[in-house]
Design a protein around this ligand. Structure first.
Ligand SMILES: Cc1ncc(COP(=O)(O)O)c(C=O)c1O
Length: 366
């Protein structure tokens, strides 16, 4: 099969074996056999972040936003209040979801590309004694910024706030250990660093916190966390029709993750990122963030000011060569973004670097 190098931040490039796992005999998802597969996938998902003893996986058919919405609409009680950190499109999206449900909230808004100031966050928490929950994004894919997970979790512990962490584009890419980083609700999806196909998202929820949400009046049916969890606990099956083939592919992707190991995967991604930095240096382009804030999973590159530069044209130059690049998304400077997640490695990044240099030289931009 033709191999495309996807440098967009997911759906990421998958292995041929994950693609082949989609081809299974037709099966009714209400069969015991599929229930067993589902149970095994739920267990593997939580094992990735060392949460088996403390957390349960609740799984949904839908893209990552389904998981984010499920957590946000299900866990904040009527008299609760949530703090949202908005330093990128995905923090902002969480606020949009919370507003749609009319849930009481306060937002800390930071320019997209600025690093959150922990003391400022603490001041806001002190001003808001009614806060019960804190939502933030681990890897803000808008800018490639790795938000300060440990420091924010410390604040959550200190002020007894339940943490809801969008780890969409960091789960399985960077090590997360729920025994050391006690996130109450961690959200991700099947198609980013876990390297499966798009179509499933999940919330890895602290068992005790999840049980406590059984007292929260459901705000909808399909995405209710407790409802979906109870159903799957009782029956071993998805509550609603699952994307059957995507679940088989996810099972394969999880097996490939455990074979590679977390440290192996992170090391492969970091090597690709370092190769990318060499290419950026060669072209003299500027990066949006200082290196100390980089996730090493995605890099936002500031667009050159030259009149010769045109993102669409540059995209097409790459696309014709089987490489997909990604535009920017509202950061404080105009950028294009290069992710180094998925079943790719530093050699693919070298291909990218050569094509980038070629484009900029041909256009006489550098
Ligand atoms: C951090 C983060 N949160 C949420 C999402 C939304 O996921 P989806 O587009 O799968 O709904 C994304 C997608 O890129 C993301 O990077």
């Amino acid at each position: 099969m033709k191999r495309n190098i996807l440098l967009n931040p997911g759906p990421a490039t998958t292995t041929d074996t994950v693609k082949q796992a989609l081809m299974v005999p037709d099966i009714c998802p209400r069969e015991e056999e599929f229930g067993e597969l589902t149970q095994s996938v739920l267990k593997k998902i939580v094992e990735v972040v060392n949460g088996e003893s403390t957390h349960s996986t609740v799984i949904f058919a839908g893209s990552g936003t389904a998981g984010v919405e499920a957590a946000l609409c299900s866990v904040v009680p009527e008299n609760g209040k949530i703090l949202i950190l908005d330093n990128g499109a995905y923090g902002k999206r969480a606020e949009t979801i919370i507003q749609a449900y009319g849930i009481s909230h306060r937002t800390i808004r930071i320019e997209w590309g600025d690093f959150p100031d922990i003391s400022q966050i603490e001041t806001v928490i002190k001003e808001e004694p009614k806060l019960t929950h804190f939502f933030f994004v681990h890897h803000e894919t808008t800018t490639g910024m790795l938000n300060p997970l440990a420091e924010i979790l410390e604040l959550c512990e200190k002020y007894e706030l339940d943490s809801i962490v969008d780890a969409m584009s960091s789960y399985a890419g960077l090590p997360i250990d729920l025994q050391r980083q006690p996130i109450d609700y961690l959200i991700s999806s099947s198609n980013k660093c876990i390297q499966g196909m798009a179509g499933v998202s999940f919330v890895i929820a602290n068992k005790e916190r999840l049980k406590a949400t059984s007292n929260v009046q459901p705000r909808n049916l399909y995405l209710n966390l407790w409802g979906n969890h109870s159903y799957i606990e009782q029956t071993g099956q998805f509550q609603f029709t699952p994307p059957v083939q995507i679940v088989y592919a996810l099972d394969q992707a999880l097996d490939e993750f455990f074979k590679e190991t977390q440290s192996g995967r992170t090391a492969r991604y970091v090597r690709s990122y370092e190769t990318l930095l060499e290419g950026i240096e060669q072209t003299g382009l500027e990066m949006l963030l200082p290196e100390s804030q980089h996730s090493k999973l995605l890099t936002a590159i500031v667009e050159p000011k030259s009149a010769e530069y045109n993102f669409k044209e540059m995209h097409d130059h790459f696309y014709e060569n089987d490489v997909t690049i990604y535009p920017g998304k509202g950061a404080k400077k105009d950028t294009f973004r290069i992710a180094n997640i998925g079943a790719i490695d530093y050699r693919d990044m070298k291909v990218f670097n050569e094509l980038m240099l070629q484009y900029f030289q041909e256009k006489k931009i550098i």
